[in-house]
Write a new protein. Structure first.
Lengths: 277, 303
């Protein structure tokens, strides 16, 4: 346990040392603020809480941005250390390969959580203080859901990053795979689904099947989780028209996301254990 | 009691045999040098001893455990390792780096000062590694290997890239560890410097163990002759050429090539001539010559 803590704090400290945390937090804050203000402009004096608008904007931002930074953080975490020679040295110490991956995961998750909570928190607080609605009347529930699910989304792509990194033998290969994985999850998968729906004239495909095909993709689970968070967010994102049987329960969405964290993490550990040094 | 035992160990990568049927034992307190060309299989052998890779065939036992099994983790805190090339993280200080590895071994940061002093890095302990020279990094690596006073010290090319002063420093640390009873496995191609410092040498070429023994034994076994040079006045030279005939080659000085076990007899014979001599040099073949002789004959066998 002590060794796991040592590995975790080392990764976390690295993140602060190379200014990764500062940079990413600043970028996240800036993007979040820009999106929030742009997003809240057209609402005017509707009854919709400005924070709900922010949640919708930020969750759209997160789907692109959080997987990207999570993959950037992890794609060379194993293969990079292998190339520098520190991995060989590390593994001659009394640590198991499982501990090495878990330590990296916990350290990186800590860094990502800071970036998300600070970046989005600043945006959320700014919006709620500058808005006309009272602080307590804001959609804080939706906002907390956003923070929690964004951390989960980040954790998913951290785990996937370790799979890539412990599998390949060169950094360049890991980078290329990371980009490919990112494109697939945030863009190509949904395009494929759309194409599937468009090619079908409306009778053949089972709605339930499409729903689950969509939810298998963790970024879509994340989207569903946030956009359906409340009547406001659903209304804003055009999800309000969905009948209740097309929605998935919060619990099942969270389960899907947790599965997407645990499965790649277990796979990464298994692959790393077989890795030749 | 052996610290390291390799029994018919082979390691194949695809079709290439990086290590080919090696039997090797290092007893407690012994200092054994692995000598071979680059790519001869030294590092592969070391990785199997450290439990980083598993042998394709054969058994490895280190301090009574198979390095690929979980209980070996308990032994790892007693092993110090200096990799052939390690790039420590530039944005950490030397002290933070050592502290990290010390904590992994279940130790605290106490005693790190002592290590920094031993490798002559105390003045830079709190500087970022980015500011270190190559020699300083190598010394930091050595300090890392010495954390927790290991019972088994494994050094892969410990002197590569070091200036002569740092090299001597490394060798004096190795001597200290040896007298403290540490078992040392050292791989190197700095052959001339190893001569007097190791108990036994294992010569490896293309994954095979070519020879194993003390340097004196190896000389004897492969029949490399010692070279004896005699400086003497001209008339003594004449007498020598007459007496020894073909065995003597005069080139300003008289040179004799003489098998190690005939050295004494030869010198007695020389003294028996009762001529005036200015000086005698006796040069035994160095580890380098032994190594070249062995790897070259092996090369011919392959070709």
């Amino acid at each position: 346990m002590n060794r796991l803590w040592t590995l975790t704090t080392k990764e976390a400290r690295d993140g602060f040392r190379n200014r990764w945390v500062i940079m990413i937090t600043l970028v996240m804050t800036a993007l979040a603020l820009i999106l929030s203000f742009l997003g809240s402009a057209p609402t005017g004096t509707t009854s919709v809480s400005p924070l709900a608008v922010t949640v919708v904007s930020l969750s759209t931002l997160s789907i692109f941005f959080i997987p990207l930074i999570a993959l950037l953080l992890t794609y060379d975490s194993v293969v990079g250390e292998a190339e520098r020679g520190t991995l060989t040295l590390l593994l001659t110490h009394p640590v198991s390969r499982t501990e090495v991956i878990l330590g990296k995961f916990m350290g990186h998750l800590f860094l990502l959580t800071i970036a998300i909570v600070v970046g989005y928190g600043v945006a959320g607080l700014t919006i709620s203080f500058t808005g006309e609605a009272g602080f307590a009347d804001q959609e804080w529930d939706s906002f907390l859901r956003l923070l929690l699910s964004s951390v989960l989304l980040g954790a998913i792509f951290l785990s996937i990053g370790y799979v890539i990194s412990s599998w390949v033998s060169e950094r360049g290969m890991a980078a290329a795979l990371a980009i490919g994985i990112w494109l697939m999850f945030v863009l190509l998968y949904d395009m494929g689904l759309l194409a599937l729906l468009a090619s079908d004239s409306g009778e053949g495909i089972n709605g339930e099947l499409v729903k689950w095909l969509m939810l298998i993709n963790p970024t879509d689970s994340y989207r569903m989780f946030n956009l359906m968070a409340s009547n406001d967010t659903a209304l804003l994102s055009g999800m309000a028209g969905l009948s209740s049987d097309h929605r998935a329960s919060d619990l099942s969405l969270i389960m899907i996301m947790l599965l997407w964290i645990i499965t790649p993490l277990v796979a990464a550990i298994a692959i790393f254990k077989r890795r030749q040094l | 009691m052996n610290n390291i035992t390799l029994t018919s160990v082979s390691k194949e990568y695809g079709k290439t045999k990086a290590v080919d049927n090696v039997d090797l034992a290092v007893s407690a307190g012994e200092c054994l040098a692995l000598v071979g060309h680059n790519g001869a299989g030294k590092s592969t052998l070391i990785k199997m001893v450290l439990g980083l890779i598993s042998p394709t065939m054969g058994n490895v036992s280190v301090m009574g455990h198979n390095p690929m099994t979980a209980p070996f983790n308990g032994v790892r805190r007693d092993i110090g390792f200096l990799p052939e090339q390690v790039l420590f993280q530039n944005n950490m200080t030397g002290r933070e780096t050592l502290e990290f590895y010390a904590r992994l071994k279940g130790l605290t940061r106490d005693g790190l000062d002592d290590l920094f002093r031993r490798v002559d890095l105390m003045y830079a302990a709190d500087d970022r590694i980015a500011t270190y020279s190559k020699g300083m990094r190598q010394r930091l690596g050595l300090a890392q290997a010495l954390i927790g006073s290991p019972k088994l010290l494994i050094l892969d090319e410990p002197t590569s890239g070091l200036d002569p002063v740092s090299r001597q420093n490394v060798y004096s640390i190795i001597n200290d560890m040896k007298s403290a009873g540490t078992t040392i496995l050292i791989s190197s191609h700095a052959l001339t410097e190893l001569d007097s410092r190791v108990d036994r040498v294992a010569i490896i070429n293309r994954g095979k163990l070519l020879a194993l023994g003390s340097i004196a034994d190896l000389r004897q076994n492969i029949g490399l002759a010692s070279e004896i040079k005699v400086h003497a006045p001209v008339n003594s030279m004449k007498i020598m050429t007459q007496h020894f005939g073909d065995k003597c080659f005069v080139n300003g000085v008289a040179q004799f090539s003489c098998p190690a076990d005939e050295k004494i007899a030869f010198l007695k014979e020389l003294m028996g001539l009762n001529i005036s001599l200015a000086d005698i040099e006796v040069n035994d073949p160095s580890l380098e010559q032994v190594f070249m002789a062995l790897t070259q004959t092996e090369g011919h066998v392959h070709e």
